[in-house]
Design a protein around this ligand. Structure first.
Ligand SMILES: [Zn+2]
Length: 331
């Protein structure tokens, strides 16, 4: 039997599902447990589900709370990372909710909360696609466009923990309205939501027969897989729309390459998983033709490899490092 606690836990708190993993000290997942987030309008109900999911994960792995060094929670922002308080997450019902403190008390494990996109990139850094690099950016085009930054092997969080909003880089003056309230953000041009709104117009004009058949004009049904099917079926206007999104994503990457001089950009999320290398290669080519050439030459554009596990692994690693730093007497 182990004399010292040697396991870690990572928890991905999503709007529709929560995923909790138990990991060994090499950040390998021992087991994962999934639950629906459920009706998340009431914070106490959501919190009870989080606690139940952590306890179920411990049971599934056959591990006691006393054997766990730390639990990292990946949550949507904004978050006070210092105290682990969820400041305002309306779709989970949380407002100024001291998640780290409450959860730590409930399950008896040190808890650290991290922004979910940061956790996703950090997972790819410690155990996934980006392990060979020290300077890495993450871009996750999906419902929105998540971004995160690792500089010299460390997550870069900025003054208030809010760094990495690459999706809200403004690409076009007077462009399309973004969910953040600004116009012309990268996210408003290349996210799946943005592509779906354009595809709905094509459907209305009779130019996207496969999407018409699979989703009609219902943008919520236009998942990444629907775009893939339309392209495979030869819907040329849809292929053009997706190519254009990849080209613009590449210009966003080029701006980041010029600012951060990274070695790699990890791209993850549903669009990359479904559309694959044609989408990624096109974005990479666009990046190379728009970034400063000596910087572009040194950048790899790579697909994320951990999928849904990335945030679980990254959150566990963040929590582990925090415990080690605080025990080491650092600030
Ligand atoms: Zn925006």
């Amino acid at each position: 039997m182990e004399q010292h606690p040697s396991y870690l836990m990572g928890f991905d708190l999503g709007g529709t599902k929560m995923l909790c993993g138990v990991l060994n000290s090499s950040y390998e997942i021992v087991s994962t447990t999934k639950k629906k987030t459920g009706d998340a309008s009431r914070s106490e109900e959501t919190f009870e589900r989080i606690v139940a999911c952590v306890q179920a994960a411990l049971d599934d792995a056959g591990v006691a709370a006393s054997e766990v060094v730390a639990l990292g929670v990946a949550a949507p922002g904004p978050i006070d990372l210092r105290t682990g308080t969820l400041l305002e997450t309306p779709n989970l019902g949380f407002q100024q909710f001291p998640l780290a403190e409450r959860l730590s008390r409930e399950v008896g494990i040190d808890v650290r909360v991290e922004n979910d996109v940061n956790a996703g990139l950090y997972g790819e850094y410690v155990k996934g696609a980006a392990g060979r690099y020290r300077h890495v950016l993450g871009l996750f085009p999906g419902t929105g466009v998540g971004g995160a930054i690792v500089i010299d092997g460390k997550l870069y969080r900025g003054a208030q923990g809010g760094a990495g909003e690459i999706g809200h880089m403004i690409m076009q003056l007077d462009g399309r309205l973004c969910g953040c309230g600004q116009y012309g953000c990268l996210e408003a041009m290349v996210s799946r939501g943005a592509m779906a709104r354009e595809a709905a117009l094509l459907v209305t004009n009779g130019k996207a027969p496969t999407i018409a058949e699979k989703a009609g004009t219902d943008v919520s049904k236009m998942r990444a897989g629907v775009f893939k099917k339309a392209i495979d079926a030869g819907d040329t206007e849809v292929a053009r729309l997706v190519d254009r999104a990849a080209d613009i994503l590449g210009i966003g990457m080029a701006n980041c390459v010029n600012i951060f001089n990274p070695e790699a950009i990890v791209v993850g999320g549903g669009l990359v998983e479904k559309l694959g290398s044609s989408y990624l290669d096109r974005a990479a080519a666009s990046m190379r033709s728009h970034a400063m050439s000596h910087l572009a030459a040194g950048v790899e554009i790579i697909a994320a490899t951990l999928g849904d596990d990335a945030a679980v692994v990254g959150a566990a690693a963040v929590a582990h490092e925090h415990v080690r730093e605080s025990r080491g007497g650092g600030r």
